[in-house]
Design a protein around this ligand. Structure first.
Ligand SMILES: [Zn+2]
Length: 146
């Protein structure tokens, strides 16, 4: 159960996303005590949620037409199979407190069944309801141009 090795991470422990202590970084977002101010913050919190098995945070922050139960099962399986090792941010475009949309390009390093891999993705984020009052949501993975 390598994927759940860090579940129940204490606030003073390092956040999986590399942004400082868990308690001052992604934990308040996972616990819905604070909203992501930027697309990058949401991206980081989703990476950490994958690393920690915080499936409800993942469900909450990505709109989908798929039935909830199915999504929850597939996310739980992903969290169990992959052990997320490291996040490297490569670029961000817009996605600030005054923006409605933004993209974040990153590398997520993982291991699965003794093999190491890297997921490289450019994610598109937008605000719920298309207004500045709406929380950031993960919308889709865009084509990567090298
Ligand atoms: Zn974090």
């Amino acid at each position: 159960m390598a994927g759940f090795g860090t579940r129940g991470l204490r606030p003073e422990q390092p956040c999986p996303c590399g942004g400082g202590s868990y308690g001052s970084c992604c934990r308040p977002l996972h616990r819905q005590e604070r909203m992501a101010q930027t697309a990058e913050q949401l991206m980081r919190s989703r990476y950490s949620a994958f690393a920690l098995g915080e499936v409800e945070h993942l469900l909450r922050t990505q709109p989908s037409e798929e039935p909830l139960l199915q999504r929850r099962r597939s996310l739980e399986a992903t969290c169990r199979q992959l052990r997320w090792r490291r996040l490297v941010l490569l670029a961000t475009e817009a996605g600030g407190p005054g923006d409605l949309e933004g993209t974040v390009t990153f590398e997520a390093h993982y291991s699965a069944g003794g093999q190491r891999g890297v997921l490289r993705e450019r994610s598109r984020f937008g605000r719920s309801g298309g207004s500045l009052a709406g929380p950031w949501l993960y919308l889709e993975a865009l084509e990567l141009s090298d």
